[in-house]
Design a protein around this ligand. Sequence first.
Ligand code: PGA
Length: 257
Amino acid sequence: MSRRKPIIAANWKMYKTKDEALDFIFKVNQEVISRELVESIVCTPAILLNLMVKREGEEIRIGAQNMHYLDEGAYTGENSPLQVKTAGAEYILIGHSERREHFNETDEVVNLKMQAASRHDLIPILCIGEKLEAREEGKAEEVVLNQLQIALGAIPKKFVEKTIIAYEPVWAIGTGKTASVEQAQSIIKKIRENLRETYGSEVSEQIRILYGGSVKLDNIDEFLQAPDIDGALIGGAALNPHNFIKFVESANNIKNK
Ligand code: PGA
């Protein structure tokens, strides 16, 4: 059995109404397998957090998709880490490529959000990944490791240990194109090596690193078979509750052998 507990995290993005969210959580609560075996996380829009937290069963945990890095202030329309925390979310997506691209989130902002997560003990799912150009220029590894180092700047080692990292090549998100398992494993291995150099092997062996980008029911098994890939961050394909349950089952079948 792998020493790292596998993770399946759904990213709902800006999908689902209240009724759809309730339908999802009702179905998933009935069938999803134990949290002892797989960490199952659903990252919802902020407005649905409270509702989802109230309905989460024993086996599911709820995360937010974004937050401001300040605890309060005159920032109309934003949610603070304190608000996310007190809504009951335990996880927070940080640095998703859609935030970086459409909302101008820089590596420095990502780092401030990591610091905010650390202050409030929200478990970050830190997203990093290169654009197509960088991959074509042979710079994927360089870009990803640079994003990683900036994001983790000034973060205490104890908190780095808890952080979940999601490697999501930007060109594979929502496009139907996935990275090959070899491409994903190779970058994820480099991320782990980089963490070992900075924080030591105890931390690097413990940290969970996920793959994300057009993960579907028919390709998840291949990714999970790679030794350094500890789970998946899934958008479109995990909106359906039955699919979500199946993703979690795959993680258990493959990783807990
Ligand atoms: P996708 O999204 O699975 O729809 O490609 C992944 C993500 O954005 O995290």
